[in-house]
Design a binder for this molecule. Structure first.
Ligand code: ADP
Ligand code: MG
Ligand code: MG
Length: 251
């Protein structure tokens, strides 16, 4: 589903390499997690995959179902099936959540050469999805993320993901100070949307999130590279011993 090969990234403004050869293969139906010390480049990886400005890919590639996404505009990436959830969801005063989601769904359909979703069809779909995710109908009418609690923002992010039906979901939950309830919401959302055709990359500092998500593969990132990969037990090892032993072992 997602194939990252020897990805090197530097800051656009200065000559500072941040990603120094990331290799990652995520198969459809699998959940991969990336953990790692602060500053190791985890968020940079998600930003580069999303097409955020300020970063320069100096070599390597990132293929989504065989198509290089690094040359695409952010909206083309979304149309291709990539979804990115960020640590700090944006607030959009004056734009109702429902309107926002319908615009996003239609932009994606348009980019795929599909017909727009009708108002009635959209309403039916969003109500069904909201119900599945235990989201209050009232939240759909409020302006996007304005005055939402941390938990509501998380719910909304999962709803966005459910509505866009992505092939590959990337969640960067690092440093977001998720409390246990919000963490469970994210995990439940991911678990509800898990299916054979969809891949997930979950970036986190906290082993606890992985207690609820149960990743298939765990990677440790350090100094711009993935230095170790393993099963869920790797996250437990980090929880117990920190990164010290792993980093010493690979040094
Ligand atoms: P992580 O998410 O693993 O904590 P980041 O990807 O946020 O790591 O950061 C990796 C490194 O790149 C850090 O040393 C950080 O300071 C640096 N960095 C990332 N983005 C920028 C930026 N826009 N300007 C300056 N330094 C940056
Ligand atoms: Mg950080
Ligand atoms: Mg980060």
């Amino acid at each position: 589903m997602l194939s990252i090969k020897n990805l090197h990234v530097k800051l656009e403004e200065e000559d500072k390499a941040i990603l120094k050869g990331v290799d990652l293969e995520i198969e459809a139906g699998k959940v991969h997690a990336i953990m790692g010390p602060n500053g190791s480049g985890k968020s940079t990886l998600s930003y580069v995959l999303s097409g955020k400005d300020g970063y320069e890919v100096t070599s390597g590639e990132a293929l989504l179902e065989g198509e290089d996404i690094l040359d695409m505009e952010p909206e083309e990436r979304a149309a291709a099936g990539l979804f990115l959830a960020f640590q700090y969801p944006v607030e959009i005063p004056g734009v109702g959540n429902m309107t926002f989601l319908r615009t996003a769904v239609n932009a994606q359909r348009k980019a795929r050469g599909e017909e727009e979703i009708s108002a009635a069809e959209f309403l039916k779909l969003i109500r069904a999805r909201a119900k599945e995710l235990k989201i209050d109908a009232e939240m759909l009418k409020r302006p996007v993320n304005v005055g939402f609690s941390g938990g509501e923002k998380k719910r909304n992010e999962i709803l966005q993901m459910a509505m866009l039906e992505p092939k590959m979901c990337i969640l960067d939950e690092t440093d977001s100070g998720l409390d246990v309830d919000a963490m469970k919401l994210v995990a439940e959302g991911v678990n509800a949307l898990r299916n054979e055709g969809r891949g997930f990359l979950v970036i986190t500092h906290y082993q606890r999130l992985l207690d609820h998500i149960k990743p298939d593969v765990v990677h440790i990132m350090a100094d711009g590279k993935i230095v170790k990969s393993g099963g869920p037990e790797l996250a437990l090892e980090v929880e117990t011993n920190g990164y010290g032993d792993i980093l010493a072992e690979v040094a």
